[in-house]
Design a protein around this ligand. Structure first.
Ligand SMILES: NC(=O)c1ccc[n+]([C@@H]2O[C@H](COP(=O)([O-])OP(=O)(O)OC[C@H]3O[C@@H](n4cnc5c(N)ncnc54)[C@H](OP(=O)(O)O)[C@@H]3O)[C@@H](O)[C@H]2O)c1
Length: 296
C-alpha cells in the first residue's frame, strides 16, 4: 500500500516517516517537491504516484506571522486542503489531515468535544478551520485530527525554545493563564499510522473529525517547569533558569491564543482504540533523543 506523506519535513512529517510500519511504501514530500497551494502540483503528484492514501502534515504554522501574511496562510491552510480533498475524492482514496485546538475561542470551562462550536480567535485558527470545512465538504473518506501544543525532535517548538533560552538566561517569564495539552509529534504520527493500519484491514472507517492530544492538561508555565526539571536531570542544561509565571496580558503577541483549549479525546479513544499518551513521558523520550544528537 503506497502512502503519500505531505509536509514530510515538519515536526509531525518527520515522525510519520520515522514511525512508518515497514509494510507501507512511502512517498514523503517536502514543500520543495510539492507545493500544495498549487492545485496543478497536487493533481500531478496524485496522478504520478497513485497513492492508496494521503496524509497531510503540511500547514502554515507561523501563528503570529499569519496575522499579516494572511493570503499565504489561507493558501496553505484552506485552499491547499480543497485541492487535496478534490484529488482524494476524485481518486476515491482517504485523506488524513491534522488540525488545531486554535479553532476554538478558549472561553470554555471544560474540555472541548468535536461537536463544540468553533470560534477561532486568530487568522491561523480561522484558516485551519476553513481547511477542515473544505475537506469535510469535498472528501467523504477523511480523518481530521485536531491536536495541540506539538513538540518533538525536529523543527521548532516550545521545548527546543526553552532549552535554547536556558543556555543564555538565568531568569524566564512564561505564560501561566493559557491551558492546553502538550502533544508529542511521535504520538500523532503513531495515531495516524494506526488509522492507516485499520483502513488497510477494513476500508470502512468512522470518517470524521476527532480530538487527539497529550495528557494531562497544563499551562505553558507548568510545561516549562517540567522541561527544565527533566533537562537538568538528563544533563541537557547546566542550571535551571528561575521561572516567573506571567499572564497573557504581560506577554502581548500578534495573534490571540485561546485561554483554554483543552481537548476531550474520548471519542477518538472509543472509535479507534487509541488512548492519549502522558506528554511528560513523551518529553523524556524527546529530551533523550536531543541529548543523543548533541553527543553524536
Ligand atoms: N506546531 C503545533 O504546536 C501545532 C499545534 C496544533 C496543530 N498543529 C498542526 O499539526 C500539523 C503539523 O504541524 P507541525 O508542527 O509538524 O508543523 P511544521 O513543523 O511547521 O511543519 C509544517 C510543514 O508544512 C510544510 N509546508 C508549508 N507550506 C507548504 C506548502 N505550500 N506545500 C507543502 N508543504 C508546505 C513546511 O515545509 P517548509 O518548512 O519547507 O515550508 C513544513 O515542513 C499542522 O497541520 C499544524 O497546523 C500544530
Amino acid at each position: 500500500m503506497r502512502v503519500l506523506i505531505i509536509g514530510a519535513r515538519g515536526q509531525v512529517g518527520h515522525e510519520l516517516v520515522r514511525q512508518a510500519p515497514p509494510a507501507f511504501e512511502l512517498i514523503a514530500l517536502g514543500s520543495h517537491e510539492l507545493d500544495i497551494s498549487s492545485a496543478a502540483q497536487v493533481n500531478q503528484a496524485v496522478a504520478e504516484y497513485q497513492p492508496a492514501l494521503i496524509i497531510n502534515a503540511a500547514a502554515y504554522t507561523a501563528v503570529d506571522q499569519a496575522e499579516t501574511d494572511t493570503e499565504r496562510a489561507y493558501a496553505v491552510n484552506r485552499d491547499a486542503c480543497l485541492h487535496l480533498a478534490h484529488a482524494a475524492q476524485q481518486t476515491n482514496i482517504p485523506l488524513l489531515h491534522i488540525s488545531t485546538d486554535y479553532v476554538f475561542s478558549g472561553q470554555a470551562a471544560q474540555p472541548y468535544c468535536e461537536s463544540d462550536l468553533c470560534q477561532p480567535q486568530s487568522i491561523y485558527g480561522a484558516s485551519k478551520l476553513a481547511g477542515e470545512q473544505a475537506i469535510a465538504q469535498h472528501c467523504p473518506q477523511h480523518i481530521i485530527l485536531r491536536t495541540s501544543w506539538v513538540f518533538g525532535i525536529d523543527g521548532n517548538n516550545f521545548v527546543k525554545t526553552m532549552l535554547r533560552l536556558a543556555q543564555t538566561r538565568t531568569e524566564l517569564s512564561v505564560v501561566d493563564d493559557q491551558h492546553g495539552n502538550p502533544t508529542s509529534a511521535r504520538s500523532i504520527a503513531m495515531a495516524l499510522w494506526r488509522i492507516v493500519n485499520l483502513y488497510q484491514t477494513n476500508p470502512s472507517q468512522p470518517w470524521g473529525t476527532y480530538h487527539y492530544s497529550g495528557t494531562p492538561s497544563c499551562t505553558w508555565y507548568e510545561f516549562a517547569t517540567e522541561i527544565f526539571a527533566q533537562a537538568l536531570q538528563l544533563g541537557l542544561i547546566a542550571a535551571q533558569p528561575s521561572l516567573n509565571p506571567i499572564t497573557t496580558a504581560d506577554y502581548p503577541t500578534a495573534a490571540k491564543r485561546p485561554a483554554y483549549s483543552v481537548l476531550d479525546n474520548q471519542l477518538f479513544s472509543e472509535k479507534f482504540g487509541i488512548n492519549p499518551l502522558d506528554w511528560r513521558q513523551e518529553l523524556s523520550a524527546v529530551l533523550l533523543s536531543l541529548r543523543a544528537h548533541s553527543q553524536a
